[in-house]
Ligand binder design. Structure first.
Ligand code: NA7
Length: 574
């Protein structure tokens, strides 16, 4: 992707005009661009737009930057992607200056990283913290968005960027009596900033997705007693994390270009890429040796870097499924408990694979019980604990690791209205529609890095690409003097149809999870729909680049824009 020669991507030497035009947060209510969210995408998008000389502001609900890594501060929270493959790639200065201490960094370090980037890029003064955008409406007369913040402030902006994150809105379970519980209760995505002690306490954890698995392995260490309430067993694999010694930092940094290049060429932006062989074309000895090797390696290689057909062909998938089932049985001493932990309702990798450190060994501890909700469902939550079909489990603390209203949920929270007052939530009532996951027809000058039907995977790699693409469109408009961009509805329909078609190929499309748009705790999200692009990052980028090289024919540009004059404050109609 081309970066405009006059725009500095380096940190040192900001564009002086950009500095001069930036306003203090409390005096300026008219912006060229408002970015909703100062997480992974929002930080970078803010930087790119500020460097274009635009008057920018980010509105962030947290009290500091970091997005998902600000909110998800539960014990055990850490990367499943290699730290250096998750970090921003756009600045050599940041790459040089930041040292990751572990191959898979923990949440406190990750949060420090994102705030280091914000300060290093001098972005903090453009971010309004502790503030939520509640609504945004496009005014067809002025060609501007009016953005409403939860303190009642109204701002206007030419461009609106919904950098709201795919996993932002936590969903507590819909269980009777949930509010009656008298002990401590936390959702993992709203974990307190103060230390939470499990010492001497009877703790219950509901949920065994990637978050629950990380939480459980930590809580088990100090809780008097831990009860895990598992509805669906997952295939969990060793993270195989380790420290990065100081002596290896330089060598690692020298490999950054190669590692980022590897991510760019891989199917899902990871450093792992599928093996070109079929699982069925090798001998059973070769297959087993390959699986063993992947099992011992760090990270998601056994999922993302397996035989190419393990995620699409049921027979190939069956081979790795049986391998992982056997591993679970080997690690759990009690065969009855082991069998509860072995998934039987889906194949390996058809849901998000959690990575763990001694997770299965937790169930060998005397202070840990597993409740299989498939055979022993929860009836209700009472003031004293969780009542299941087998009776009351008394608890001092209840932890909900019950996930998110994923992908579209963070957009649904905001009353976003485009042409003719059309609501984005209504527009997506039967499943999201978009162009490249980045724009929606009828919502001019609105962009969504990481939006529905974009290619995700190793999310920051994807987001960096999305932000670059969006920024290029804005540069194109700046150069041509356009102030309005919408996407042609036929281009949106074609992309949506294509995404739905390729979305039917992976075996995961037949399984309910947040990756197929299902959340049993959110009304209206019971049905599987295509929510992300599953045709692979390489194909995705090819299409994005074709659109740019073709002069953005799929987009409709209009309205000359005076880039120098601020937009007038308009009385909002929300
Ligand atoms: P997930 O992967 O959506 O997991 C949520 C877990 O909570 C999962 O085990 C659910 O069971 C369980 N759950 C949800 N609602 C209930 C109710 N009502 N009763 C019992 N159990 C329930 O969320 P995570 O936070 O773990 O991970 C999300 C992503 O964040 C992850 O993939 C990473 O990319 C980062 P279910 O499987 O639905 O039967």
């Amino acid at each position: 992707m081309q970066i405009r020669a006059t725009q500095r991507l380096g940190i040192i030497g900001h564009d002086e005009d950009a500095r001069a035009s930036s306003e203090t947060l409390d005096s300026n209510r008219n912006y060229d661009a408002i970015v909703i969210g100062a997480g992974v995408a929002g930080i970078y998008q803010l930087f790119r737009l500020r460097e274009l000389g635009l008057r920018v502001r980010a509105i962030e609900a947290g009290s500091t930057a970091g997005g998902a890594w600000y909110w998800n501060r539960y014990p055990g929270a850490r990367f499943d992607s290699e730290s250096y493959s998750y970090a921003y790639s756009f600045s050599n200065e940041i790459l040089d200056e930041w040292n990751w201490s572990e191959h898979f960094a923990s949440q406190p370090e990750i949060l420090r990283y994102f705030n280091f980037v914000v300060d290093r890029l001098d972005l903090r003064r453009h971010i309004q913290f502790n503030s939520k955008v509640t609504g945004a409406s496009f005014d067809e007369d002025s060609g501007h968005w009016t953005v409403v913040v939860d303190d009642g402030t109204r701002l206007t902006t030419r461009f609106l960027i919904g950098a709201v994150g795919p996993l932002t809105v936590p969903t507590p379970p819909r269980i009777d009596g949930i509010d009656s519980f008298k002990g401590e209760a936390y959702h993992t995505a709203r974990w307190p900033h103060e230390e939470v002690s499990f010492d001497g306490k009877r703790v219950g954890v509901i949920g065994t997705g990637a978050t629950g698995i990380q939480t459980i392995q930590e809580v088990a260490k100090t809780a008097r007693h831990l009860t895990v309430f598992q509805r669906t067993a997952n295939y969990c694999l060793p993270l195989n994390n380790s420290k990065i010694p100081d002596t290896e930092q330089a060598a690692l940094k020298a490999r950054y270009p190669e590692l980022f290049d590897r991510c760019a060429r891989s199917a899902n932006w990871f450093i792992h890429d599928p093996d070109p062989r079929s699982a069925l074309d090798v001998t059973s000895e070769e297959r087993l040796a390959f699986f063993e090797q992947r099992y011992r390696e760090p990270g998601l290689g056994i999922w993302q870097g397996n035989f190419y057909d393990t995620m699409t062909d049921p027979a190939a998938n069956g081979t790795i499924t049986e391998f992982v089932r056997q591993k679970i049985r080997e690690r759990v001493e009690d065969p009855v408990v082991a069998e509860k932990l072995v998934p039987h309702d889906h194949g390996f990798g058809n849901r998000r694979v959690p990575l763990e450190t001694n997770y299965y060994e937790v169930y060998n501890r005397p202070n840990v019980d597993l409740v299989d909700l498939k055979t022993t469902p929860i009836k209700r939550i009472t003031p004293l604990g969780v009542e299941t079909a087998d009776g009351l489990v008394e608890l001092d603390m209840l932890i909900y690791a019950t996930g998110f209203d994923a992908i579209t949920g963070s957009f649904d929270q905001i009353d976003i209205r485009g042409l003719g007052g059309l609501s984005l939530k209504d527009r997506w009532a039967d499943g999201p529609q978009s162009f490249l996951g980045l724009q929606v027809a009828g919502f001019p000058n609105f962009f969504m890095p990481g939006g529905p039907l974009s290619a995700l995977g190793n999310i920051p790699r994807a987001l960096e690409y999305h932000v670059n693409w969006i920024t290029d469109v804005i540069i194109y408009m700046q150069d041509a003097g356009f102030g309005y961009v919408d996407v042609h509805s036929d281009a949106e329909a074609a992309w949506t149809e294509h995404a739905r078609e390729v979305g039917r190929v992976p075996l995961s499309s037949k399984v309910s999870s947040w990756m197929t748009g299902v959340n049993t705790n959110v009304a209206g999200k019971e049905k599987r729909v295509t929510v992300m692009y599953r045709g692979g990052a390489v194909a995705y980028r090819k299409r994005c680049e074709e659109v740019a090289a073709g002069g953005y024919k799929e987009l409709e540009f209009a309205s000359p824009m005076d880039w120098a004059e601020p937009a007038p404050i308009r009385s909002a109609t929300l």
